[in-house]
Design a protein around this ligand. Structure first.
Ligand code: MLT
Length: 409
């Protein structure tokens, strides 16, 4: 008799965005004429930049000719892309990395979910609450957590509340933790940490020999000079932090898949005898066994993000989404909502009116305004009473959605 991994049974029945899709589809069956505007899942709507498309076409043509055809690429990514990443995303910010410290992959979701595999089962992990559900669910699947309580929180996880009073920012854990997931600019709240705030986390990790798993997938949306783009801008972070980046939200690759993870050679974790081991070596071992790299045409396309034209087109795309973010943020504020985010991030986090529950507000928004958001409670107990709207829609839909929220809600 085959047995299932019972850790999966501890999880809620469906992944947050699958549950939302289910509810929207049900609503559409019952309301066939409803013109639904989706500002729920953070999925981009602008086409890939022209420079990326051109490069991808060339990549495909190379694959069509005997002389330039390529089979398996390096599991870690092609060096031409890694060098561009280092020069443009890090050296320009005075962060030095070597080629062996960057691992190109098919997504930050994949990497943030998989990275926990190289840690022991007895590690205590900390997550913000609310949190991007992948960090929690992947650890639950691995068996690093115990039972779930009535608030949907798992034993073995330290939840760091992000409240209205704290400006949606987490405080350092009161008890020692080993693995800390941080995402800034934050998904779902859209808030950021200053250098001083981030330094406290790096100092904590150094003092406690903890590891920070820093998700910087939304880094390209930072507008304010004072906000760090990379955790490695903070002194000492190379010893304690792994950073996840993505071309998905930066350059429209959600359907094309390309991302990368930085694992500096100094980052170490310990075995039960107290000996230190490099996470870089373990991650390389894991990737070479379980991953065969991102396709060549896609990596060529990602490299085009760093050309003059590519940079210009990416900037225009981000400006477009950030104008949507401004429209949402200011529109909601004018309509009397309390909001967070939307300044350095493509997400706006709004407080539901009159203490309404997140899912109740989600349903009302869908029913009365035909607008789909993401209920804050789907990101954890701390998200209850909030709802997230994404700036990744089209301009027209964003404006129409705000008009409907103002007039119908
Ligand atoms: C979201 O809506 O939170 C995003 O789709 C997250 C992701 O990139 O997986």
């Amino acid at each position: 008799m085959a047995h299932v991994n019972e850790n999966y049974l501890k999880l809620p029945g469906s992944y947050l965005f699958s549950e939302i899709a289910r509810r929207v589809n049900q609503f559409k069956i019952n309301n066939q004429d409803a013109d639904i505007i989706r500002l729920g899942i953070g999925d981009v709507t602008r086409p890939l930049p022209a420079a990326v498309i051109e490069a991808m076409k060339k990549g495909v043509e190379e694959m069509a000719r005997q002389e330039t055809f390529r089979g398996y690429g390096p599991e870690q990514g092609y060096e031409f892309l890694i060098r561009l990443i280092i020069d443009n995303d890090f050296s320009s910010r005075k962060v030095e990395l070597s080629v062996e410290e960057v691992f190109v992959s098919d997504g930050a979701k994949t990497d943030t979910a998989n990275f926990q595999e190289i840690f022991g089962m007895d590690n205590i992990l900390a997550v913000t609450d609310p949190v991007y559900p992948v960090y929690v669910d992947s650890n639950v699947m691995a068996g690093r957590t115990g039972k779930v309580n009535e608030k949907g929180q798992f034993n073995g996880i330290v939840y760091l509340p992000c409240t209205e009073e704290s400006g949606m920012k987490p405080a350092l854990p009161e008890k020692r933790v080993d693995m800390i997931y941080l995402c800034f600019p934050n998904n779902p709240t859209g808030v950021t940490l200053s250098r001083e705030e981030l330094k406290k986390w790096v100092d904590y990790a150094r003092e406690n020999r903890s590891i920070i798993l820093f998700d910087a997938a939304y880094e390209a949306y930072i507008r304010e000079e004072s906000v760090p783009h990379s955790i490695y801008e903070i002194e000492g972070a190379r010893e304690v932090a792994v950073e996840f980046r993505s071309f998905s939200k930066t350059a429209g690759f959600t359907g094309t898949r390309c991302a990368y993870t930085v694992v500096p050679k100094e980052v170490t974790a310990y075995d039960s005898g107290g000996a230190a081991h490099s996470l870089n070596s373990l991650w390389l071992r894991r990737q070479t066994t379980k991953f065969n790299g991102v396709s060549y045409p896609v990596q060529v396309g990602a490299a085009a993000v760093y050309t003059g034209e590519g940079k210009k087109q990416v900037r225009e795309m981000i400006d477009y989404y950030m104008e949507n973010a401004r429209i949402i943020r200011e529109g909601l504020q004018k309509a009397g909502y309390k909001v967070f985010g939307g300044v350095n991030a493509p997400y706006v986090w709004l407080k539901t009116p009159n203490g309404m529950g997140s899912w109740e507000f989600f349903d009302r928004l869908m029913k009365d305004a035909h607008v789909v958001g993401t209920p804050g409670a789907g990101f954890g107990a701390g998200g209850e009473g909030f709802l997230r709207l994404t700036a990744f829609g089209t301009r027209e839909n964003t404006e129409r959605a705000l008009e409907r929220i103002k007039t119908r809600m």
